[in-house]
Ligand binder design. Structure first.
Ligand SMILES: Nc1nc2c(c(=O)[nH]1)N[C@H]1C(S)=C(S)[C@@H](COP(=O)(O)OP(=O)(O)OC[C@H]3O[C@@H](n4cnc5c(=O)[nH]c(N)nc54)[C@H](O)[C@@H]3O)O[C@H]1N2
Ligand SMILES: Nc1nc2c(c(=O)[nH]1)N[C@H]1C(S)=C(S)[C@@H](COP(=O)(O)OP(=O)(O)OC[C@H]3O[C@@H](n4cnc5c(=O)[nH]c(N)nc54)[C@H](O)[C@@H]3O)O[C@H]1N2
Ligand code: SF4
Ligand SMILES: [Mo]
Length: 810
């Protein structure tokens, strides 16, 4: 029986035990009568020595407990969470198919077994020899001393990487703590997940990061409509503890759901009552067309706009703003471009029929309260900042911000976990770059400036990156843009002189490093794992070391502690802690000090595995205090209000430099639609590369992680989605091998011919392991062979979903 069977949504919330979610809930395995961590027999396998709590910590947005069954020091079976039940506030955090295949990752032939040193050839063509740990430590200390001496701390950089994002100790693995004790390092801001939205939000809502919205739990109880806008929880939040589960409950409880996506995603197919199929990168145009409908039919919330926003109309502009620069003027054709943003205008750009735009606009305006839950697909485009702010704008236009059942137009809200992260100390270096600019910082570091390249903390960099650490990251040859160009930059080892890699699988990025260290997997060490994008039910999971480290692997914190010892900062670094367990225990004790009512002791958690908790305030209603009293609780914008027109952006539009600009190199004070490089307009006139190419996050992998597992490859085929019309034109049928290419690179993979993607666009599931053949064609099908390093205008970010390509039968 499903939990909501025969129940209305509202009664369901009560039925599930926590009326309105107002009480803090601590469900423990002990309370639920579960076997402890070391039960003698586990489900299904009687002949085991122990069943031990561990977790999957990859950055899929969720985090799941795993119960590892161990026999004679070998993990023989992986079991999911069996605590909690099938209700909203006490849900089982069941692992997806990836986590359940953890065994194949632990015992994968790709495991790095010993420290490896590059010999001979250039990086993209390197060979490796095995060396001892002692020799590896000598090399690292010598390179660090040399780099700090010769180039200073600004030349040391830890690459972005999300492979161990979600473990409290392993997350930084001690690397930033070490660098900070040695003099600091060049920092980065933002992340590949949501760089554009995190930077434009500060101008729209005044928040230093993305502005989260109300939670799905709140939507279940209070919304009349949920719009999943470029948001695919069923594939990107696959844990039973996360939004796959809550969104499915919302559906079961009868909430109307509309999906806006160029693809008929898994979420569209399972959840949606309607699918708005737009061309990639055209969200701001769709919003403009909808705004036109709302304004002409008087469906917008003028009272909300007057009280809480600036910049909607000419009567509410910040001082000094030019005439006819408001959003309303833009929509009515009184702005600079003189074009009225009618539904017909929007239809031409988005491909969504004008009448569909009308009905969708009315539906969103009249459904109040409605939760417009924005995923990160729209913002990972060349005009991503404006797409993201435009979707926020729709929430403001309809007066949905700050009320139960409404939302900010941002990503669905969640309770931020209470466990602290490993203390990195203070970085004495103030300079930072956007996380997407590291290839530039290697290639032409001292040329990078604040107004041209988004350097922060100083006007320009003085030195390029000379020592780079690649930890839990497959950025170098899989996840960053333009793999061919990136490899070319890395091949010149007079630029970045030393690259240190640490991973547990020998991936393509490790193959570009000068020294590679074998890390443990989570099964081989201690840690703690917080929940993250899992809605209003937060939790902490114990990672209890299950087996001895395989081969010569060592966990990162032990490696960094040893380097610290050798470089004379050991005591400050470790402060008496010796093992990974000591580090985990300390963090847990800090959390317990702050919340003794929630967290059991570390030793109790070892037995019980998971601890769940909720906020005493109930489901997340984002910006509620601002809505209740905007004078007492102003936003972080200069006006304290929602800035639909931002004077700060208007100033930056004048001051920031775009040398040799191409379409899209433009900052606008309102979230207008901006035509960019490689968008739908260029697709129409570019006969060489007429197809828009995106790369959705894929259930067969988390980025590249789990991509080397046979079981998963057999279950989830790496195929390029192509519309029937585009396939027919090219004589392509499903499962035909095709080549996808542009001037940046070529990949080869089978096609999936389908009506599930809009005509004129294709999607290559992102994160495939590269296998570049002798002709330079990637037989693995990695979308980043095709993506561009050209940064977005404001965030200097990764518009990796904006690409033009051609597809041919191989
Ligand atoms: N299984 C799995 N889960 C994951 C990950 C993974 O690799 N695999 N990665 C995790 C990480 S780190 C992150 S950051 C998140 C990523 O989460 P998202 O960034 O939200 O994921 P995407 O697949 O890039 O985009 C979401 C949806 O937006 C659509 N989309 C693309 N372009 C546009 C557009 O222009 N407009 C609109 N409206 N929609 C568009 C895509 O087709 C997709 O269905 O997922 C996390 N979860
Ligand atoms: N074209 C395109 N590119 C994208 C995206 C896109 O949508 N389109 N999405 C972007 C996004 S949102 C993100 S977050 C990034 C993700 O990019 P990455 O953070 O590079 O993610 P992964 O490819 O999963 O690489 C993680 C690495 O961590 C390693 N790892 C796992 N466990 C451990 C461990 O215990 N110790 C160590 N040392 N290593 C471990 C894995 O083996 C793997 O090599 O990719 C970005 N790239
Ligand atoms: S990949 Fe994500 S959803 Fe799947 S088991 Fe790991 S943490 Fe859970
Ligand atoms: Mo991400």
């Amino acid at each position: 029986m499903t939990v909501t069977e025969g129940l209305s949504r509202r009664s369901f919330m009560k039925w599930s035990g926590v009326a309105g979610g107002t009480a803090a809930l601590v469900a423990t395995t002990t309370q639920l009568g579960m076997p402890g961590a070391r039960s003698e027999s586990g489900d299904g396998a009687a002949d085991v020595d122990a069943t031990i709590w561990s977790a999957c910590v990859v950055n899929c947005g969720s985090r799941c407990p795993l119960r590892l069954q161990v026999k004679d020091g070998v993990v023989t079976r992986v079991l999911p969470d069996n605590t909690g039940d099938d209700t909203l506030w006490n849900r089982q955090i069941r692992a997806c198919v990836r986590g359940r295949n953890m065994r194949e990752r632990i015992y994968n032939p790709d495991r790095i077994k010993k420290p490896l040193k590059r010999v001979g050839a250039k990086r993209s063509d390197a060979e490796f020899e095995e060396i001892s740990w002692d020799e590896a430590f000598d090399i690292i200390t010598e390179k660090l001393e040399y780099t700090y001496d010769k180039y200073g701390p600004e030349s040391v950089y830890k690459q972005y990487g999300s492979g161990v994002w979600n473990a409290h100790v392993a997350n930084s693995g001690g690397w930033h703590r070490l660098f900070n004790l040695l003099g600091g390092h060049l920092g980065y801001y933002g992340n590949y997940s949501y760089l554009q939205i995190s930077q434009c939000t500060r101008y729209f809502y005044g928040s230093p990061d993305e502005q989260i919205s109300n939670s799905i739990e709140d939507a279940i109880e209070n919304s009349n409509l949920l719009v999943l806008w470029g948001n695919n929880p069923l594939e990107t939040r696959m844990s039973g503890g996360g939004n796959t589960y809550t969104a499915t409950l919302a559906k079961k409880a009868g909430l109307k759901i509309i999906v806006v996506d160029p693809r008929y995603s898994d979420s569209a197919s399972v959840l949606a009552d309607d699918w708005i199929a737009l061309r990639p990168g055209t969200d701001a145009a769709l919003v403009a067309g909808m705004a036109h409908v709302m304004i002409t039919e008087d469906l917008h919330d003028q009272e909300f706009l007057d009280k809480y926003c600036v910049g909607f109309d000419e009567e509410h502009m910040p001082e000094g703003a030019p005439k006819n620069a408001s959003y309303r003027s833009y929509i009515e054709g009184k702005g600079e471009d003189g074009i009225e943003k009618t539904p017909e205008w929007a239809a031409e750009i988005t491909g969504v029929p004008a009448n569909k735009i009308r009905t969708f606009a009315r539906e969103v305006a009249l459904a109040k309260p409605a939760n417009i839950a924005q995923g990160w697909g729209p913002q990972r485009h060349a005009n991503g900042e404006n797409n993201a702010n435009a979707i926020y704008l729709l929430a403001a236009l309809t007066g949905n911000v700050g009320i139960p059942g409404g939302g900010t137009g941002g990503r669905e809200g969640y309770l931020w976990p209470y466990t602290p992260w490993l203390d990195d100390g203070v970085n004495p270096v103030e300079a930072s770059i956007s996380c997407y600019k590291w290839t530039d910082a290697i290639d032409r570091g001292p040329e990078l400036t604040a107004v041209r390249d988004g350097v922060r903390g100083k006007d320009k960099l003085d030195v390029g990156i000379k020592f780079m650490l690649v930890y839990g990251s497959n950025m170098l040859a899989s996840q960053h843009g333009d793999i061919n160009r990136t490899r070319e930059i890395l091949d010149d080892d007079s630029k970045c002189e030393f690259i240190l890699g640490i991973d547990n699988q020998m991936n393509a990025s490790m193959e570009l490093c000068d020294l590679v260290l074998p890390d443990t997997t989570t099964a081989e060490r201690w840690d703690l794992v917080p929940s993250e994008y899992t809605g209003d039910m937060a939790y902490e999971i114990m990672i209890h070391q299950a087996i001895e480290p395989l081969y010569e692997s060592r966990s990162s914190i032990e490696i960094t502690a040893e380097i610290a010892n050798r470089m004379g900062v050991g005591e400050e670094f470790s402060q008496g802690k010796e093992t990974t367990e000591d580090w985990a225990r300390e963090l847990h004790e800090q959390a317990r000090e702050n919340h003794p009512d929630i967290f059991p002791t570390f030793d109790e958690l070892k037995e019980q595995g998971v601890v769940r908790y909720t906020s005493p305030d109930g489901p997340t209603v984002a910006l509620k205090s601002f809505r209740d009293d905007p004078e007492a609780n102003p936003l972080g914008t200069p006006s304290g209000k929602i800035e639909i027109y931002s004077s700060q952006l208007a100033d930056m539009a004048k001051e920031w430099e775009f040398p040799d600009p191409i379409p899209g190199d433009e900052i606008t004070p309102i979230p207008a639609y901006v035509v960019t490089r490689e968008g739908p307009e260029e697709a129409r006139t570019n006969h060489k590369y007429p197809l828009q190419c995106i790369g959705h996050h894929f259930k067969g992998r988390t980025h590249s992680t789990y991509g080397n597992l046979e079981a998963l490859r057999a279950a989830h085929h790496q195929r390029v989605w192509i519309n029937e019309a585009d396939a027919k034109e090219r004589g392509i049928e499903s499962d035909d091998k095709v080549v996808v290419y542009n001037d940046r690179g070529r990949i080869s993979l089978p096609a999936m011919v389908t009506p599930r993607i809009v005509p004129g666009a294709i999607s290559v599931p992102q994160g495939a392991w590269i296998q570049i053949d002798e002709n330079g064609v990637d037989q693995g099908g990695a979308v980043n062979m095709l993506t561009s390093l050209h940064p977005t205008p404001l965030a200097k970010g990764n518009g990796q979903h904006t690409n033009l390509v051609q597809v041919e039968k191989a």
